[in-house]
Design a protein around this ligand. Structure first.
Ligand code: SF4
Length: 311
């Protein structure tokens, strides 16, 4: 059977991370080794804001390791976990929690080198904010990029400033664009995070964000569903009836139409939200991740479309 889309090995109609990693590392499986290096965030410590983004339980708490452990030990533990599924697999060390360039460049270098020195680590993924990339950090990332497989993950969520204010993002879309340019000028691959279902956003606004990001032709995109988590500012809005999370059908349609707006070469690194776990208040349907992914496949097939169709 002929694949309906060239950048997939399993009949998906979007550019899968599996395809991307297989092309980069044909000889073995590669997983993500999540690391919590104990960073904070300028949107939590008062430098740019306090309280954080309205959906944030202060960073990627759900899937990251414990910052009480040295980076090396966290990566080794993650490698063991990955190798229970795929013996001999390699790993990309994923600095996931909070803002992973929010420290002096020397300290960052030491932490990244510690992860890269673990046998089996074949790359680095660094999640950060656009306003935390000063020149010396950019230089460090450019240097690392020349000798390892590096991705910098930038949280944009939306291009709409009005929404950014509502969610207390505390940096502008112009800052995102400047950071994106600075990274790509140095050859660094960027993966952009977007969130669907943000307060006040219409489907048209979410599609505008996807279109604008698609025009940048990023290396990767992560599409998240907005989760309402216990303990967040969003949870208060949801409890007083001021926030309506997306329904499953709506989310599936929006994501598929966004995929049509993203270039086929852009790797889709995530298609649903993650990190909800025990704190998830809404939407409850998002717990059925497989069902959501299957519904996305169905929608694309039924509409005989695929990623990049509307670029
Ligand atoms: S930038 Fe990230 S870590 Fe900081 S408040 Fe927002 S979501 Fe949380």
């Amino acid at each position: 059977m002929v694949n309906p889309f060239p950048y997939s090995l399993d009949n998906k109609r979007y550019h899968t991370l599996y395809y991307h990693l297989k092309r980069l590392f044909p000889e073995r499986r590669v997983g993500k080794a999540a690391v919590d290096a104990g960073f904070t965030c300028p949107n939590l410590d008062g430098t740019r804001g306090t309280g954080g983004c309205s959906y944030c339980r202060s960073g990627g708490t759900e899937f990251a390791g414990s910052s009480a452990l040295p980076v090396r030990e966290q990566v080794e533990r993650e490698l063991l976990r990955i190798r229970r599924k795929w013996p001999d697999a390699g790993a990309i060390a994923y600095f996931q929690s909070h803002t992973n360039t929010y420290a002096p460049a020397d300290r960052l270098r030491a932490l990244y080198e510690e992860a890269l020195a673990v046998p089996g680590v074949c790359g680095l993924s660094v999640a950060t904010r656009a306003d935390c990339l000063p020149p010396d950090v950019l230089q460090l990332l450019g240097e690392l990029n020349r000798r390892t497989c590096l991705t910098v993950e930038l949280g944009l969520q939306t291009i709409h400033e009005e929404t950014a204010r509502r969610i207390n993002r505390c940096h502008s879309t112009a800052e995102f664009l400047a950071a994106y340019r600075a990274l790509t000028e140095r050859g660094v691959r960027v993966c952009v995070h977007l969130i669907d279902g943000l307060p006040g956003e219409t489907e048209a606004m979410m599609l505008e964000t996807a279109r604008a990001v698609g025009q940048l032709r990023p290396g990767g995109v992560k599409l998240h569903l907005l989760h309402v988590l216990e303990g967040t500012a969003l949870a208060r809005d949801w409890r007083r009836g001021a926030l309506w999370p997306l329904g499953r059908e709506e989310y599936v349609r929006v994501v598929c139409r966004q995929l049509e707006l993203l270039p086929p070469e852009t790797v889709i690194e995530r298609l649903t939200g993650d990190g909800a776990g025990e704190y998830l208040l809404a939407p409850r349907w998002s717990r059925g991740k497989r069902a959501v992914l299957a519904a996305i496949d169905r929608w694309l097939a039924e509409h005989d479309t695929c990623q990049g169709r509307a670029v």
